[in-house]
Design a protein around this ligand. Sequence first.
Ligand SMILES: Cc1ncc(C[n+]2csc(CCOP(=O)(O)OP(=O)(O)O)c2C)c(N)n1
Ligand SMILES: [Mg+2]
Length: 789
Amino acid sequence: MTTKESGATIEDELATIDAYWRAANYLSVGQIYLLENPLLKEALQREHIKPRLLGHWGTTPGLNFIYAHMSRMIKVRDLNAIYVMGPGHGGPAAVANAWLEGSYSELYPDVALNEVGMRQLFRQFSFPGGIGSHVTAEIPGSIHEGGELGYSLAHAYGAAFDNPDLVVCCVVGDGEAETGPLAASWHSNKFMNPARDGAVLPILHLNGYKIANPTVLARIPRDELAKLMEGYGHKPYFVEGSDPFEMHRLMAAVMEEALDEIARAQSAARNNGSVGDFKWPMIVLVSPKGWTGPKEVGGVQVEGTHRSHQVPLGRVREDPEQLAALEAWMRSYQPEELFDATGAPDPAIVEWSPSGDRRMSANPHANGGVLRDLALPDFRDYGVDVDTPGTSSSEATRALGVYLRDVMRFNDQYKNFRVFGPDETASNRLADLFEATDRAWSGRIEATDDHQSPDGRVMEVLSEHMCQGWLEGYLLTGRHGLFNSYEAFIHIVDSMFNQHAKWLKITSEVPWRKPIASLNYLLSSHVWRQDHNGFSHQDPGFIDHVVNKKAEIIRVYLPPDTNTLLSVGDHCLKSRHYVNVIVAGKQPSLNWLSMEDAILHCTRGIGTWSFASNDHGHDPDVVLACAGDIPTVETMAAVEILRHHFPELRVRVVNVVDLMRLQQDTEHPHGLPDSQFDALFTRDRPIIFAYHGYPWLIHRLTYRRKNHSNLHVRGYKEEGTVTTPFDMVMLNDLDRYHLVVDVIDRVPELGSTAAHVRQEMVDARLRARMYTRVHGEDPPDVAGWTWPL
Ligand SMILES: Cc1ncc(C[n+]2csc(CCOP(=O)(O)OP(=O)(O)O)c2C)c(N)n1
Ligand SMILES: [Mg+2]
């Protein structure tokens, strides 16, 4: 078999590929075990061994094997490639290859390409004060931590979208393949366009085992696995065996063929606009788990079983036999052939590997890509006129959709912006986007379809996991995007959000990691307006989940109307290295602020609404605070009632757009200093706070504020159903009448003088409920309420 471009045969290269692989394996084992004696210049002794043996060997030799073969292809074909390691617990592999390629030492000079550096490389691994045991963010070349399994393929595709020259080599663990996100992600190929996107080469690492179990895909017949992959639209190639040289030959041939096919399809698509009946190739690498490690330990088979998953020889310090076995294992790689006397990798290995930016550990795509700012239209042009607050209505997300349409248009030439969502872009009223682009779709298109095209830039698939994973991959490689979802179902990606937030935290602390565009969530179809769906679709708890993460990373916005949403949206699209959560309604809702006021309000993030307050020049008797579009309407309606019945009562209205303003400035970069918080909320007056989500979050954010004991929060109390919008707020005591009752009950000055009004409010609730039961809708004075003052 010949490498066409070079004329060299694989036979000429076999020795070097194998040397590279042995070197990577040696360095991986050294990381797991050794404190001293990195080159085994002397016989291995107990003192050379780490006291705690931590890490994962089982997946590592396979990861190294694939890395070596991908490197070969890069070198031969001058490919632009990155490597995604699904089984990210195989951290030793990522570190070993980055060190062999020299990029590790370039970034961490104390881990130099010599014996001292190798000693440090080994010591630091999974060691206090050192580096983690996974493919962490500190390792060059990685865009994927992989500690939590399931996201590799989605990340790989996200990286490949709009990166026509890029090849993403993606290793999928056969255990990882059992996860929901991964199982769905095979379908990503239906969203790839070979003309404008790069390529993903998935390699299913069928080493047969997980931690303690065989894997499902390893125990179904091979032909069934082949059919499964074919059913996913792939052309599978099997590379199976355990003899290293035989496997090198097989793998090299298959890699060449797979990459040939990809290249042919890409050039057909790019030159003739068609790829015919193209099936994206994928490789199934069937090799023993813990390949080249100890065959057995204490008479029990280890190589080729789940027992090799972590540390095959676990008692090396205690057991001289195991110590000898470790030494034999490490020497089996013949380190004296792989490293010179100074500890540097053999020049033949270095010469054979890719260099510069072509090294997968140094490819710029894996370090933030080339991040150019989005070209943004002036969001002020998309707003609504608001002459008098609270008298006209608009659909906030629809206005944002028009703005996003133009964001799409403005950046079309740069191909660096996509909108992601699980089939809800139109439902969330962002459909104006489709004037600028379609939904990405490379499958069959029928006449009844609506805006599907292989060139589309709206990514819709009914898997929030895939949306999230694609967007993460897209952002991590230097592009921009927005994820729109129903508020309740975004919880499906809670854990993926966690991992991304962790990644952002760590990378912000790694000096050489470049910032990336923020991950923007637009949560609409929210808890208060699930008119079609009811309880299953009502859950505002994602915010509670998000605020657990590092304050430096997370931002939460609750714009009360259209103009504030536009201002917040623009801000988020410009931001870097955050997770921004925006919650906004899609239903017609009252407009409160002119564009100018909206910008001021959003820039402050919190503020009094003077037009609704009557405490000017005085301390208020009560503060009515609100966060979220529906709570704002109910608060304002309550203010009207209060001012009508108690004209002497001094009411202050505070609206919160940026939720993190509520925290102290010591806790969150957006937090208000106590003095400012006290000035807004007073130190001693009752605060009735109408909040979009679960009320306890507001307590959690403000528990250390002076006036916390006077804070009474209304929000979602897990009472949901299919009912009218006003009945929904009544069910949760967030309605205007209840807010008035709350004020009466908590402002001592009102006392018994307010008894009549209090009863009126209780009756108004009952009347409103009865009206819904008779008419199936809200009373007109509620449904058609506007701000009258
Ligand atoms: C979502 C998730 N669930 C569970 C784990 C715990 N875990 C770590 S490794 C592993 C087995 C992985 O098996 P496989 O993907 O086959 O990897 P390999 O055999 O290459 O080590 C499991 C279950 C995890 N990391 N992530
Ligand atoms: Mg496995």
